[in-house]
Design a protein around this ligand. Structure first.
Ligand code: SF4
Length: 232
């Protein structure tokens, strides 16, 4: 007879092993499935060549193609957990420098919970920065991503939609790592991350930094991120 205690899903146990054991051992541990496979309920991510996802909305595959000189820079500043979010002051510094470096309009995507930060970003240049946080359905967000020139995003569901559609850009990773299955599967998004030994400190993200310094995100400087972003 089996024990009566609660049982964790298999991939959650795999992730806990990756959080608790030293990184040197991670290559020997079973890896949980990539996150996009667990997002099938949110959008139709379909298996593609070499097991990369494809983004299919209502039977139509969305693929990024160079959308021309008027296409927007897309920023997604939110994430489900605090340790996955780049600090607000970095977003503001980044945006101000981006507005000088690129003549394109800027669109901010995300949920209503990003509203305050998005509004602060919009105020940096109301004639060029538009916030759509909390206004779009998932399908509409996917279409905005694909229509954009490039993307700066954290570890969020929109990252995986952009990844599946081949949108170029930069993905910022803090407390979560490749081994946990959160990284993009395709080549269009370049990951920026820090080598802190404390990563990962959680299998999904946390509400604060247990070390107190939050170097995994704070040390991703806006200047370095902008240089990488403009290269995309
Ligand atoms: S700096 Fe280290 S401990 Fe702090 S949130 Fe990042 S990974 Fe976790």
């Amino acid at each position: 007879m089996r024990g009566g205690g609660p049982r964790l899903p298999k991939h959650r146990l795999q992730k806990l092993g990756l959080v608790r054991l030293p990184r040197a051992l991670h290559g020997f541990l079973p890896q949980p499935p990539p996150v996009w496979r667990r997002l099938q309920r949110l959008a139709e991510f379909q298996d593609g060549e070499h097991s990369r996802p494809r983004l299919v909305i209502q039977g139509e595959e969305l693929r990024w193609r160079d959308p021309g000189p008027q296409a927007a820079e897309i920023l997604v500043p939110g994430a489900g957990h605090w340790t996955k979010r780049w600090p607000a002051e970095h977003w503001i510094t980044f945006l101000k420098a981006l507005l000088e470096a690129s003549p394109r309009p800027v669109e901010i995507l995300g949920g209503p919970q990003e509203g305050d930060l998005a509004e602060e970003l919009r105020r940096a240049a109301p004639d060029r920065v538009r916030t759509l946080c909390g206004e779009l359905s998932l399908e509409e967000s996917a279409r905005r991503l694909v229509a954009g020139r490039r993307l700066l995003v954290g570890d969020t569901g929109l990252l995986h939609m952009a990844d599946a559609a081949g949108v170029p850009g930069i993905a910022l990773f803090g407390s979560t790592t490749r081994e946990l299955g959160f990284f993009p599967a395709g080549p269009s998004l370049r990951v920026l991350e820090r080598p802190e030994a404390c990563r990962p400190c959680s299998h999904i993200g946390r509400d604060n930094c247990p070390e107190g310094h939050f170097r995994c995100m704070r040390d991703l400087s806006p200047q370095d991120v902008l240089a990488a972003y403009l290269d995309c």
